[in-house]
Design a protein around this ligand. Structure first.
Ligand SMILES: [Zn+2]
Length: 274
């Protein structure tokens, strides 16, 4: 049965396709301890997906998976369920991951990108509104600089041989299908990587007054970019890199400052449209 009382936690991990094959926090970090799991909460948008509450180096965090579509639950609705819970938990800093395609021909499968901007080309996610909805949400510096730096440092420490791009623009499509070559040609002018996460999470984070940053692993070339991609390679990256991505998230989470060292909360202004 779903609960309504959400435990307090200042940090959250939103697991995407990049860490899907790895249990989080699992045994990825010896400092992590699961406090409670399979926590489902009632929200105005329906029952949430299950959360895990864990402690890492003395800080409390929630983990939830937001990859794929539960039957009968739209992506837009699932995102509100998750952010309703994070808001009630008092979460201030969120880290996320996902597997993405490359629009930029300089990128190869296996590369890691820490996006710093986005273009929203989704078509069916925003009819459910905001979670809080009482602020003007400025999308300048939409991705937390402090979170990005924590992720960059974690990658350099855990995977120093991997190609890492510390900035890039994420083009978000509705899915669930991939894009056609003609669509990719059109979207190449808009950004570097393409995928189906990031929105609305990035602006719902600002809506609830939390910071948001993510690590993205390139799993394929977008159609028509460089060469035809291979499904075996995509599956191998998802499988082989899941533990690394999970480990990066945990290491970055442990290094995040608890204070307001970034400017994210300055970019959420009282709305004039009351
Ligand atoms: Zn921030």
């Amino acid at each position: 049965m779903a609960a309504t009382a959400v435990p307090k936690a200042a940090f959250a991990l939103i697991g995407g396709s990049g860490s899907l094959a790895a249990p989080l926090p699992g045994d990825l970090d010896p400092g992590a301890r699961v406090v409670d799991e399979a926590l489902v909460f009632d929200t105005p948008w329906g029952e949430s997906p299950p959360f895990t509450l864990f402690e890492l180096d003395g800080r409390r965090a929630l983990h939830v998976r937001l990859h794929g579509w539960r039957k009968g639950v739209s992506r837009g609705r699932a995102s509100r369920q998750v952010f309703s819970v994070l808001h009630r938990a008092g979460v201030r800093r969120i880290l996320a991951d996902a597997g993405v395609g490359s629009l930029n021909p300089l990128l190869d499968p296996g590369d890691l990108v820490i996006a710093d901007d986005f273009v929203d080309r989704t078509t069916d996610r925003d009819r459910h509104g905001a979670v809080v909805g009482d602020h003007l949400l400025i999308m300048r510096d939409s991705v937390c600089a402090t979170g990005r730096e924590a992720l960059r440092a974690a990658v350099q420490s855990l995977a120093p041989g991997r190609r890492l791009f510390a900035r890039g623009t994420y083009v978000v499509t509705e899915g669930p299908r991939f894009e056609s070559p003609a669509e990719v040609r059109q979207l190449q002018g808009l950004g570097d990587i393409i995928g189906q996460s990031f929105v609305p999470e990035v602006w719902l984070a600002r809506d609830i007054g939390a910071c948001y940053a993510g690590i993205y692993v390139v799993v394929n070339y977008a159609e028509g970019v460089v060469r035809e991609w291979r499904h075996e390679e995509l599956a191998r990256i998802f499988h082989d890199d899941a533990a690394l991505i999970g480990h990066i998230l945990l290491k970055a989470l442990a290094a995040l400052p608890g204070d307001n060292r970034c400017r994210c909360r300055e970019l959420r202004k009282p709305t004039l449209l009351v």
